[in-house]
Every structure is written in structure tokens, then in C-alpha cells.
Design a binder for this molecule. Sequence first.
Ligand code: PGA
Length: 255
Amino acid sequence: MNKQLRKAVIAGNWKMNKTPAEAAALIDEMKPLVKDADCDVVICVPYVDLQTALEKTAGTNIKVGAENCHWAKSGAFTGEVSAEMLTSMGVNYVVIGHSERRTYFGDTDQTVKDRVRAALDAGMTVILCVGEYEQQRLQGVTFEVVGSQTKIALGGVSKEELSRIIIAYEPVWAIGTGLTATPEQANEVNSFIRKTIEDLYDKEAADAFVVQYGGSMNAKNAEELLAKPDIDGGLIGGASLKAADFAQIVKAASK
Ligand code: PGA
């Protein structure tokens, strides 16, 4: 983190976990533990938990996000949810392009770009996920993959809109596996993403831009990862489902 230039963002990605009742209990447990955070705190939760999350976090420093949104405003898209539907509830953050969406649900660089566009048009802040598969890292094409995912998703995004985008670098081989990228590996790619932003926009935009790391970030390794200059926060899966662990990561980002 470079606190002079950027405010860290710690975001939980609950994935397909927690019923509304379980969500309420987890948020109640989490609230007092993160209330003094000196970073932004976001929880991205399943659609069915959004209303509960909004009610439970009202008046607190915890912001609520969804885990995806569709690119169209409305229409014949069974099972999908639009960005306007989310903002109409008061949900202003959304994760887009998570590797699980890309791997299991057919999201492509193009649909990710379209979803980013829809979310920005609706006034939302986007947590855009990019990252390479293990095979791609082994073949030495990490920068090509992450660079093209970033450039395609940001196609048509103005410099003003960029302030509503966060990129989460999530090496797919590190997600849910317990295998974390080393702080050096993570920082190297995060700094490459920042350089890509500088090339696309300018240095001012790149300096202000938040790049998170995600992939088995936990209460134990967060401090070391967040100490790196280009790691401006985290997108946390497994550890965001435990209030104490999530709070510990928020604490590490608040130092
Ligand atoms: P993990 O998930 O922390 O469980 O590895 C991170 C993510 O997929 O966002």
C-alpha cells in the first residue's frame, strides 16, 4: 500500500455462501470488529442476501456489493440481474469478471467489458477481476493475459469513470487453494497493472488507481502482502466468511 497516494480497499467475496439469516449473524459479528477501519470495507454477497446486508450495515462503515450484474438494462435474460436493479436497492459495488464466472459460466473478456459498461452507466463502483491460470504462468504469459484482460475490460472507460473501478489481481491458481502468490509475485503483477493504466490514461490516474490482490489472502499473510507498495487491498473469499479473520485483514490494511 502507498497510503500517501491511495486508500486501501478490503472487499469480501462471499461467493455462494450464507443464507439471509446466516448473513445477518455474520454481519452482526463483523460490525464492531471493523468499525475503526482506516480503509474502505466492502462485502460482496449473494443476491438473496443483499437486502439483509443493506439493512444490517445501515449507518456503519461497511459497504455492500453484488457478485455480478448483467450488461443489459432489462430483457429476456432468465436468471440474471441488471445493474439498475442493484442500484435501485442501494447497492453500489459489484464484482465483475471473477475467474469463477469466466471458468464456469462462460464470461468472456467481451461480456466482462459489457458488464463493466452497464455497471458504470448505472453509477456503480466495479471490482474488476483479472488473473492468469496456472498453465499460463508456467508458460510465461501472465503479463500478456492480465494486460489484455485489463485493456479489453477498460475499453471505452473514461478517465473520470476510472475512479469507480478497482482491479483485483487474482491468479486463478491461488484462489481457494491455500496457495498464495508470494508478496513479490503479487506486487510484480499489480505494478504491471498500474503501468498498463498509466499507458492507457496517465500517471495521475495510475497513481490514484486501487489494485487489490486476491487468492488465499488470510489473517496470517495479509500484512506481508499489503506491505508491498502496489498492493492496495484485497478481495477475500474464504477468510471473509469468518468475522475475526476478515477483521484481522481489515486491521492489517488500516496500519
Ligand atoms: P479465496 O478467494 O480468498 O478463497 O482464495 C478469493 C476470490 O476468489 O475472490
